[in-house]
Design a protein around this ligand. Structure first.
Ligand SMILES: [Zn+2]
Length: 479
């Protein structure tokens, strides 16, 4: 009898232990979240929810048969596409776009000069030692004349960045940098320096780190950084290949401006010693290889910077000597990585430089740069030209192969079928990008964004009237 009792106790303990292990190994969290979504939205059958399926491609992971749900401006769920279809069965009013495409987080251009990008390429006939050499050339100054002329015309301070943001939309860029605060648009693409839709604080940019007016601003910059009024100080520094350029780092140090809020653009003349100091203080670098190669014939030693522990993002700088957009710059960086850096970077690392890394270094890592529940719904969807390599795919596809661009949960651009699945197409304008039908919505509500009400046609007409109709978007767009 005693033996039988013991047996029962042993078996009972065994069953308890095994069920404990099974319990621990079973992840109920997703099921709970899954049923949360259904329960929370049953009363309205999922009204106000947007769902998309496809191959989700993030910097840190991929989900080949994935799905996401967006509510308002936020991603609220990410999981398997089949689970999403189960949710859809229960929530009939939820809008659904089923694709077999790549789904990426919106691309982040961490440094540009949008006001200049309507100008054609500037092709200098020589290489330079530093930025001051080319900036003082008469041929360069003459090249800038049209901008000065147009600036005097009414409205063009708004038309410049709006055109740049339209080019961004056509290329999947959802946040940009560098528009002057007075001309930046508080709609369309996020402007990280000012109207970013996430934070109220500001980022300050210095074109000339030490010269003239900027030097007079040093006390003001330090005061703003100390008080937290300005969160990041983005500076063109050490842009060149000579010792004079490198010494700018130490002149900044003397002024007390080598500090954790600093973000260095270019740093082409910097060496290990400076990279180590940057790593110690956590100062990141923004790398623009194409513009560097055109102007100086060499580019920043980003391999050394990374080895020294510096975070590096990638950005075009501007289209005059750099790439037309961030995807073209990625494609160029892939080439430089192979030909000059002995494939130091993986394709994933380079992709991270236009998504997760710039979000982190500019202080938006909690909101942007990844597709995850809790992040803002900045999403782009593209064709799969390179099905086995989504990271390279994003750089090499053509504009017409971008199928949807969503910012803050709002659809701005895409294939007619895709747009119609998620938004009311009535508001959108019909255009043809490289022969492919697309819909675009860039006219902001007058009550919310009074300076950004122009439609695509009106914006193009403004530039046409000013003598700039030809090739202004750099790709064939009919409207
Ligand atoms: Zn720049």
């Amino acid at each position: 009898m005693k033996e039988k009792k013991l047996q029962i106790i042993v078996v009972a303990c065994f069953v308890l232990v095994i069920s404990g292990i099974v319990f621990l190994k079973t992840d109920f969290s997703n099921d709970e979240h899954y049923s949360d979504i259904i329960n929370d939205n049953l009363y309205n059958s999922g009204e106000g929810l947007i769902a998309i399926t496809g191959f989700i491609c993030d910097y840190d992971e991929v989900l080949p048969n994935g799905g996401i749900i967006v509510r308002g401006s936020d991603i609220i769920w990410e999981g398997e596409g089949k689970d999403l279809l189960d949710i859809k069965d229960k929530l009939s009013s939820m809008k659904l776009l089923q694709t077999d495409d790549f789904i990426y987080p919106g691309l982040i251009d961490s440094h540009n000069h949008p006001d200049y990008n309507f100008l054609p390429k500037w092709k200098p006939q020589q290489l330079f030692n530093n930025r001051y050499e080319w900036a003082s050339k008469t041929s360069y100054k003459k090249f800038m004349d049209p901008k000065r002329d147009l600036q005097k015309k009414r409205g063009f301070n708004v038309f410049f960045p709006k055109l740049a943001e339209v080019k961004d939309l056509l290329n999947g860029t959802t946040m940009t940098q560098g528009a002057r605060r007075l001309s930046a648009l508080s709609g369309l693409v996020r402007n990280c320096d000012s109207y970013n839709g996430v934070k109220d604080d500001f980022i300050s940019t210095s074109i000339k780190p030490l010269g003239g007016r900027e030097l007079k601003r040093v006390d003001e910059i330090i005061e703003n950084l100390d008080s937290g009024k300005v969160r990041k100080h983005i500076v063109h520094l050490a842009e060149g290949k000579d010792e004079e350029s490198r010494q700018e780092f130490y002149e900044m140090q003397k002024l007390g401006l080598i500090r954790k809020e600093l973000v260095i653009i270019h740093g082409t003349a910097l060496k290990d010693k400076e990279f180590k100091k940057m790593s110690e203080i956590k100062i990141p670098l923004i790398w623009s290889p194409r513009s560097n190669m055109v102007l100086y014939g060499e580019t920043t030693r980003v391999d050394k910077a990374i080895n020294d522990g510096v975070k590096v993002a990638l950005a075009p700088d501007w289209s005059l000597t750099g790439s037309e957009n961030i995807r073209e710059e990625l494609d160029y960086a892939i080439k430089v990585n192979k030909e000059q850096l002995n494939s130091f970077f993986t394709d994933i690392q380079l992709f991270g430089m236009i998504t997760k890394v710039p979000a982190d270094i500019l202080g938006f890592g909690d909101y942007l740069g990844l597709i995850e529940p809790g992040m803002k719904a900045d999403i782009i969807i593209t064709d799969k030209k390179l099905p086995d390599n989504p990271y390279k795919n994003i750089g090499m596809i053509k504009e017409k192969e971008i199928n949807l661009v969503m910012i803050n949960g709002r659809v701005y651009y895409g294939e007619p079928d895709y747009v119609s699945s998620l938004a009311d197409p009535v508001k959108f304008e019909k255009i043809k990008v490289e022969g492919q039908n697309k819909l675009i919505d860039i006219a902001e509500d007058e009550k919310i964004y009074p300076y950004a009400t122009q439609t695509f046609k009106q914006l193009m007409q403004e530039f046409k009237d000013a003598g700039y109709s030809k090739d202004i978007l750099r790709i064939k767009v009919e409207f």
